[in-house]
Design a binder for this molecule. Sequence first.
Ligand code: HDE
Length: 705
Amino acid sequence: MTTQRRDDNPPTSVKDEQLRAHAVEKHGSYLTTDQGIPVEDTDNSLKVGQRGATLLEDFHLREKLTRFDHERIPERVVHARGSGAHGYFQAYDDSLAEYTTAEFLRDPLAETPVFVRFSTVQGPRGSADTVRDVRGFATKFYTSQGNFDLVGNNIPVFFIQDGIKFPDFVHAVKMEPHNEIPTGASAHDTFWDFVSLQPETMHMIMWLMSDRAIPRSFATMQGFGVHSFRLINAEGRSTFAKFHWTPKRGVQSLVWDEAQQIAGRDPDFNRRDLWELIEAGRFPEYELGLQLFTESDAERFDFDVLDPTKIVPEERVPVRPVGRLVLNRNPDNFFAETEQVAFCVQNVVPGIGFTDDPLMQARLFSYLDTQLTRLGGPNFASIPINRPIAPVVNHQQDGFHYDEVPRREANYHPNSISDGYPKIPGENGYVHYPELEDGRKLRRRPESFADHYGQATLFWNSMSAWEKKHIVEAYRFELGHVERRYIRERVVDHLNHVDHDLAVAVAAGVGVAEPAKAVDNHGRSSPALSQTNKGGRGIKGLRIAFLVTDGVDAASVTALRDALRRDDAVPELLAPADGTVRTTDGASLPVDRAISTVASVLYDAVVVPDGTDAAAALRSNAQALHFLAEAYKHAKPLAALGAGTSLFETAHLPPFANGLGGGGAAAGVVAREESGAPDDAFVTAFVTALEAHRFYDRPLETVVA
Ligand code: HDE
């Protein structure tokens, strides 16, 4: 798995040009100190005699060590582990002009540069990618009117309703304070204790227990702004807006057993995938959609649009396609860009506004506040990755790391010394929506936020059979790691208010008594919530393992491999040993990797090509058999040709239909016992299976992998 950079491309946007102005090229230059003094020797410190004391006078030694000692900045308190990418956003048309003055949303000719950072929430910087967790999906739009930061997640609701609960929630989910365990996991007592005492978490927890919390790729997960925002048009009219990112490839997830294994096999799995997709030109793409609704629509909903634990069901307000996001450039430097990027919810441009969602309001404070510590002072907005492409002119000044040399006389407003500059831009200035506020100061949750179960039930009712099964298994896993039985009981009690069958199924797995039915399920569902209805197109970037060895039939490999490559998938030949394998026609094929260096969990599908001798050898190769059986167990598409089909029986896999397969006992297995190269129908059947991604309804009872 290569992580080499492609050749440098020319800058493709104003933001790229701005960043390039800060690029440092070390090739062809000579070593100096930070003061530009040429260095004589950087391998030996200055000593009295060869074996004598080291001298304090050695400024190069001291500077080198000091700089090293201070390389780290505090990691983010949440979302510490992240991966970034550059790209652009482009609106489809100008139809949003009726709703907003934000130019990037209504000018179809503008390619707005963006920087996106994906993240997990719980784990520290060095933790594994494939843990069960929410994923951050934060986008900085460098618009002509200033920066807009859409700091969202891949789940459309949040754990809590009021920002004042955030420190409690984060303390509970993070590693426990006495032993810093567990890393990157919510399966522990303090998290579930909090959840069980704070039932507003119930809806979000349903999502967290679903496969949405273990995405296959950052390119195959949704993103959401979560809160209700406002769009504000030229007349000052406000419309509520919910932001949605939808991946062009569709929503795809891992299965839990696989995710856990990947955490060991390749902790950088999602990061590497993103990097490689972009390096190979298989750019991740997403559609931006908006749910737009008015104040009076909102009054008719049976939930409060200011409550961030609620969605607006798509069946009530459809998602309107607005534009597309393409991620097409990897960062040049992780620290300079991905680590130093500072998202702030307060960063909005004219035409986009806030609401009184109490979670959003707290975020308006918290993000700027955290950057002050994380990035060492108030000048973080002038770090290249954070710098707007719109001009920045004001009287803010000084502080740590100030990098301007202002040449002006007046540093205050109003002034006459500098002819009044910089002047107020008049009607282009950002105007806060003049919402009418009226009420007493008090610390109360509104009554309209009181229903904590209704939408959790809606989510559960909308799941397909396999999604429900995975959710039950996830609850059992998580609660199975909770040591205090009374916490497990409290969670089951809450689930009993979501759905009785769910509570019974979870209780049975975690040693909790079956609860008596408490409430009737309201029976409503929202099909748009099910992952089965979030399919996408194409097989771009899918990794497909071909199990080969000496005696493999060349035609059955190359025909399928070439077809997959044409569709932008990534086929790789895996053999018991690296090097080459001999084919039946006496030629040889280069091997991509030895089977022992990888694992089925790092691939999306497996192919066993034809070849009598190869099949015989693989049938007595435990690693190959395990590879195949495990991919089957993880519901992945499999293809087998000619003698290759014989591995299925040896691997104790259920029988498949001889033909193109796809349905029946072994759904997603495309197999043909007849020898020779695959025909078009075979290729099409396999590509269709790959597009479906997973086949969760397979019989698994006999699979021992
Ligand atoms: Fe965050 N959140 N958050 N959050 N959040 C941070 O800001 C915070 C919330 C989200 O890739 C921190 O720069 C509070 C909701 C993302 O750099 C911090 C509250 C949503 C990222 C912070 C919330 C998010 C953060 C940590 C409740 C989804 C990573 C470092 C009032 C809509 C951004 C930092 C990146 C990061 C505070 C709730 C998403 C501490 C106080 C809801 C994607 O400021």
